[in-house]
Design a protein around this ligand. Sequence first.
Ligand code: AMP
Length: 112
Amino acid sequence: MTIFKKIINKEIPANIVHEDDLCLAFYDVTPQAPTHILVIPRKEIRSMAEVTVEDKTLLGHMLLVTTELAKKVGISEEGYRVVINTNQNGGQSVFHLHMHILGGRPLSWPPG
Ligand code: AMP
């Protein structure tokens, strides 16, 4: 079981900022920016490489949640980045799909 599944099951604590029937969002324990939130689906999906057409509504919902959360935590107007690290070259370390919301400082491009 991944650490994120344990957070979904409330077996380990997290600083949760949003929860609904499809997903939850919580602050990253090792923030890479002043604001760093993760949005994860309740459904166990290993990575973005494994989503299917069945997940269309879920993915749209999660993206809308990132938009709402960015507004809620006050980074929307200045700007932020939504990132989905995927598999080894994408730098993924937890194999439960997640969207990073990063903001609160200028973010460089291209990423490392
Ligand atoms: P990734 O490298 O894209 O797979 O991102 C995984 C993220 O999960 C990293 O930014 C970690 O800091 C974060 N993370 C790992 N364990 C926890 C946890 N228990 N609570 C919150 N964030 C976590």
